[in-house]
Design a protein around this ligand. Sequence first.
Ligand SMILES: Nc1ncnc2c1ncn2[C@@H]1O[C@H](COP(=O)(O)OP(=O)(O)OP(=O)(O)O)[C@@H](O)[C@H]1O
Length: 287
Amino acid sequence: MENNEQEWTDAVAAARAFEMGESVASPVYADKAPEPQHDVRLGVEHLDLFYGDHHALKDVNIAIRDREITSFIGPSGCGKSTLLRCFNRMNDSVKDCRIEGSITLDGADIYADYNVTRLRQRVGMVFQRPNPFPMSIYDNVAYGPRGLGIKDRDELDGLVEESLRRAALWDEVKDKLKSSGLGLSGGQQQRLCIARALAVKPEVLLMDEPTSALDPISTVMIEQLAMELKEHYTLVVVTHNMQQASRISDSVAFFLLGELVEHAETGELFRNPRDTRTQDYLTGRFG
Ligand SMILES: Nc1ncnc2c1ncn2[C@@H]1O[C@H](COP(=O)(O)OP(=O)(O)OP(=O)(O)O)[C@@H](O)[C@H]1O
């Protein structure tokens, strides 16, 4: 399946969810991970993930802190998106995907007895390519709340406006809320998708290469937006863009071949990587 088809399928699956009610040692530097400034929101312990026989994540341990931006970097195929998708169980629908270990959200194991609809309401996702639904701007944002049973027009109006404001799009679209979301520019569409994710009042926002399909100006807008959003949300961002990771992240995790090699404060990781594999990647020796 093409990537964008997969993303569309995932986005629809997430939205629909609202309607239904080789063996590698532990991360070398796990003990030197950044000192927590904020509470741990997502905790990953001894996570192994297999796609059939393929061991895609290997004994991953990481703590994702609240109201910070954590970026995942690493060469293509190292497992960044796979881990991101575990956080709201988007891999559940992947045939032959199996996980071992635990992921907790505020201490509760999301792979134990956890309501997946509730999980996807608390943990929203923004994909690489903007994927507005083929409906009006208003209906795109109201889609999730309606799926959660909100019917009151004033309440929906309030949620739509608040979400579009938070996504820094309100001023640009307030006079054309009935127009199709597909008529917006790429950067506006991505902000619309962020507004759509915010409308169900999530606590965590996952972003999978959210700017890789955008022009530089739209990229800057999304980066600024992400930095504003972290005041209220926990953000996890997959990016191939090292400058972006260094600009927006509080901490950065470097993955290689399914292993979390190093997780450190952003300045520390870029200035003083502890693992030679991280150094080699950052200096362009591979990847
Ligand atoms: N649905 C799937 N079924 C089988 N294998 C998969 C599936 N999704 C990913 N993989 C494999 O798992 C490994 C990790 O993939 P993943 O997409 O998580 O990597 P990534 O680091 O996000 O890569 P990229 O930067 O290219 O997006 C790769 O070898 C990939 O081919």
